[in-house]
Design a protein around this ligand. Structure first.
Ligand SMILES: C[S@@+](CC[C@H](N)C(=O)[O-])C[C@H]1O[C@@H](n2cnc3c(N)ncnc32)[C@H](O)[C@@H]1O
Length: 273
């Protein structure tokens, strides 16, 4: 009975997600006021700095980086592509995978120009912004594939996609809390994606705090799990991750816009036992 309820919750979420439009999502989420590279107090420079630091501290290494629930975005692998020779992008929705493929194939038709993001990450790396063309080429070179993922399945990606030892590092941004109907499903999903990671591999997890909804497109209201930092830590522990660092960004008033009700963002660096 309980299992059936959980399945229904997950199925209801999957149905809502089908209405999401990548162009609207990018416009809402990755342009000012939510994303503003010109403002030092903005979320986006904070996120890019967290990722840059995590990937350059020296403890994260290996061959394969997997991004879980990439959506139509690329900022989350712009630091990691300098460390890993292979990067696998994944998303639940065909429309998002198509958006990523348009960028990957570099034939135009993308909803988003990632140049300012690439330039910003180059600056974090101590390179001139003009090095963005090299970074874009590097990213295209290391992306090995863009595949379907479902974090609610015990085996989230097709069996033949990953080496049997698993990935060396997982990154996942704003996926688990926005794809899960409740905290129990969030925790289970964290366990499912952990099966893709080798022992001793790192997890870099970014998510919203206290968010109960956001709009994925005009009129498409997505209910989300309003987690707090203590719940995230408990879910990590339950799934055999050891926390290295948790950082919290509190959303300033100007970022509290009508298409979401988040109070903050968390960044986690953890290691799988
Ligand atoms: C809020 S978006 C985040 C996208 C991107 N990572 C970012 O940082 O903007 C959440 C993503 O989760 C994906 N998603 C929804 N249901 C999912 C599921 N069951 N398994 C994996 N991903 C799912 C959506 O397609 C969407 O791209």
């Amino acid at each position: 009975m309980e299992e059936k309820g959980a399945e229904n919750g997950v199925a209801a979420m999957a149905a809502i997600w089908q209405g999401v439009d990548p162009a609207a999502y990018l416009q809402n989420t990755y342009t000012p006021p939510l994303a503003d590279l010109e403002r030092k107090d903005n979320l986006l420079p904070w996120v890019l700095a967290c990722l840059h630091r995590a990937f350059t501290e020296g403890d994260v290494s290996g061959e394969l980086l997997v991004d879980i629930g990439s959506g139509p975005t690329l900022y989350q692998v712009m630091s990691g592509c300098e460390v890993f020779n292979k990067v696998l992008l994944t998303d639940f929705l065909e429309v998002n995978r198509k958006e990523l493929k348009s960028w990957f194939q570099d034939e135009g038709g993308c909803s988003m120009d990632w140049t300012p993001y690439l330039q910003h990450v180059c600056k974090l790396e101590g390179r001139p912004p003009s090095a963005w063309t090299e970074k874009a080429a590097k990213l295209r070179h290391v992306i090995m594939d863009i595949v379907h993922v479902d974090v609610h399945r015990p085996q989230p990606v097709a069996l033949d996609v990953l080496p049997s030892a698993g990935a060396d590092c997982l990154v996942s941004c704003y996926c688990l809390e926005s794809a899960s109907p409740d905290l129990a499903a969030f925790t289970r999903a964290l366990g499912h994606i952990g099966r893709l990671l080798r022992s001793g591999g790192h997890l870099l997890l970014i998510g919203t705090l206290g968010m109960s909804y956001y709009f994925g497109a005009p009129g498409v209201k997505i209910p989300t799990v309003p987690v707090n930092a203590a719940q995230v830590c408990a879910s990590l522990k339950e799934n055999g991750y050891t926390l290295i660092r948790l950082e919290v960004y509190t959303l300033p008033e100007y970022m509290k816009v009508s298409h979401h009700d988040a109070s903050g963002i968390f960044f986690v660096k953890a290691i799988k036992e």
